[in-house]
Design a protein around this ligand. Structure first.
Ligand code: G3H
Ligand code: 13P
Ligand code: ZN
Ligand code: NA
Length: 306
């Protein structure tokens, strides 16, 4: 069944771990994630961006996630990732999503407060939880790209949470979206996270752009015809440290994309006679499952949280 994030985050905060939020847009990604969570008895958030929803169809996604959740036996949240406006949030709530993000981080502060408040008022009528964002991550998220990183201001975060009634907040402390996160040394501003945590006790914080960019997956892609150079992610120890703090949700999309792509490239290279989609997509699904098992064990610490 679909559930919201309230209880998940309460337990994660108390237990010093995080819930994985994995982006999906098709059946095999969904099953790979849920199968891993079933095996580890782990809570999970399945999320879809606007472009993923346009790709798969909103009603198809809701039905598919509900059915897979029941069939595999893992209750999960179905969450809108980077909701661009009130209309999109309303559309997915009406379709049955159990959680939404309204991303007003690219608007000016007062506009971000206003749009977030409006989504919270609507969502809470249906027991749907809301995530918002304050600060700007460098990189591309859905169709919005930013070259500069704007760290979250802790005092503004307190004001924002109090005025909007939002259930969780995504912050900018140095992570970024996609496979190319750092040119030099990876650095996260744990001092900002600590400050926010002390000013907003028990309030769940979200980390976007948190893929580790496994170099083995990148190498496999390149070995079998890919051309991905200079990819670099967030070191696993930093994510583990964030999970032990106020961070309760860690977003990962790139790592799943890389794993699936590596598996398919390898499969095609090694099985030139095969043309059954269940074979190659099955290999992709197994690779996704494997990545998520590793995330639960090494990054999130969410084993037995279901
Ligand atoms: O933050 C962005 C997510 O990785 C979703 O990306 O818009 O290509 O689905 P997408
Ligand atoms: P990555 O690109 O690091 O996987 O981040 C995904 C994300 O934040 C989705 O909202
Ligand atoms: Zn994101
Ligand atoms: Na935590």
């Amino acid at each position: 069944a679909l559930i919201n994030t309230k209880e998940m985050f309460r337990k994660a905060y108390e237990g010093g771990y995080s819930i994985g939020a994995f982006n999906i847009s098709n059946l095999e990604q969904l099953q790979g994630v849920l199968e891993a969570c079933k095996e580890r008895n782990s809570a999970v958030i399945i999320q879809a961006s606007k472009s993923a929803i346009n790709y798969a169809g909103v009603d198809t996604l809701v039905s598919m996630v509900k059915a897979a959740s029941d069939e595999i036996g893992v209750d999960c949240a179905l969450h809108l990732d980077h909701g661009p406006d009130f209309e999109m949030a309303k559309r997915v709530i009406d379709a049955g999503f159990s959680s939404v993000m309204i991303d007003g981080s690219h608007f000016d502060y007062e506009e971000n407060v206003a749009i977030t408040k409006k989504v919270v008022e609507y969502a809470h009528k249906f027991d749907v939880t809301v995530e918002a964002e304050l600060g700007v991550l460098a990189g591309t998220e859905d169709d919005v790209t930013s070259d500069v990183h704007q760290y979250t201001d802790p005092d503004q975060a307190v004001d924002f949470v109090n005025r909007t009634g939002v259930d969780s907040l995504a912050i900018a402390i140095g992570t970024s979206h996609g496979a190319f996160k750092f040119k030099g040394e990876a650095k996260l501003r744990f001092d900002i996270l600590e400050d926010i945590q002390s000013k907003l006790p028990n309030f769940p914080i979200v980390l976007h752009g948190a893929s580790a960019v496994d170099q083995e997956a990148v190498a496999t892609c390149n070995q079998f015809g890919g051309d991905i150079a200079g990819a670099k992610g967030i070191p696993v120890e930093m994510l583990r440290k964030a999970s032990s703090m106020a961070v309760c949700k860690i977003n990962m999309d790139t790592d799943l994309r890389l794993a699936m792509t590596a598996a398919l490239r390898k499969f095609f290279a090694e099985n030139p006679k095969e043309f059954d989609p269940r074979k190659y997509l099955g290999a992709g699904r197994a690779a996704i499952k494997n990545v998520v098992l590793g995330k639960i064990d090494n990054v999130l610490g969410s084993k037995d949280s279901l």
